[in-house]
Ligand binder design. Structure first.
Ligand SMILES: *Cc1c(COP(=O)(O)O)cnc(C)c1O
Length: 236
């Protein structure tokens, strides 16, 4: 077993422990392996250990990896999630290559993705990013803006509204992490009542996965605990 495969095993068992602690079925929680900045050989290691869902933050890098695996692993049912901020001039690449986007926060980009999603592909799965606690961040809508954006997205036939995503401001204390995630869960449950296809609450990273699962996360986005620390190269 490689280090990545050992890491995957321990992340999966931590998910199971977290789920059982709060009476949830671990199978309700999808593990998204966040492979940004990591080479395709690391992704191959993870695939060999049964991991199929991968998250990428940078459009170009993500598309190159998707194309690589379309060539080399066409029979493996991989799922690619775009989880980075999206500028409208890059929306076409996301619409053409990815299966999911977690960071939708503008009507204009929703409309572009809807127009650009190729007819032969299933509708693009969409999560709305909520800015739940991070006043510094420009990404995500405020909770009060959710109803309007959700209605807009739900009206677009080439998009499928699946739920919500958040990246809370970094916080080390479990109770404080959970208080923020609980607000996301409330918004998610309300959305789910209105849109039956809504089933995904994307929250929890390496440092706050336990609290996210305690608050009902159905998808955790884990990079460091699987692939190790990221090296972004020399400062630009
Ligand atoms: C990088 C990233 C992750 C993974 O973070 P880790 O702390 O390495 O687990 C998850 N979600 C998003 C949106 C990210 O950008």
């Amino acid at each position: 077993m490689t280090t990545i495969q050992q890491n995957l095993t321990s992340v999966r068992s931590q998910i199971a422990t977290d789920a059982q602690r709060c009476g949830r079925d671990p199978r309700e929680i999808t593990l998204l392996a966040v492979s940004k900045t990591k080479p395709v050989s690391d992704i191959e290691d993870a695939i060999a250990a049964g991991q199929l869902a991968f998250g990428e933050n940078y459009v170009q890098e993500g598309v190159e990896k998707i194309q690589y695996f379309t060539r080399t692993a066409a029979d493996t049912p991989l799922e690619w999630h775009f989880i980075g901020p999206l500028q409208s001039n890059k929306s076409r690449l996301v619409a053409e290559h990815f299966d999911w986007i977690h960071t939708l926060d503008r009507v204009k980009i929703a409309q572009r993705l809807n127009e650009q999603r190729p007819a032969e592909k299933a509708p693009l799965n969409v999560l709305i990013q909520i800015n739940i606690s991070d006043e510094e961040s420009k990404s995500g809508i405020l909770p009060g803006e959710l109803d309007a954006l959700a209605a807009e997205i739900a009206s677009l036939p080439r998009l499928c509204l699946r739920g919500l995503m958040a990246i809370p401001a970094p916080e080390e204390d479990f109770a404080k992490q959970k208080a923020v995630f609980d607000r996301m869960e409330q918004a998610f449950l309300a959305l789910k009542q209105r849109y039956p296809q809504v089933d995904t609450l994307s929250m929890g990273m390496t440092h706050d996965m336990d609290a996210a699962i305690a608050s009902g996360s159905t998808l955790v986005r884990i990079g460091t605990a699987i692939f190790g620390a990221r090296d972004y190269g020399p400062a630009q």
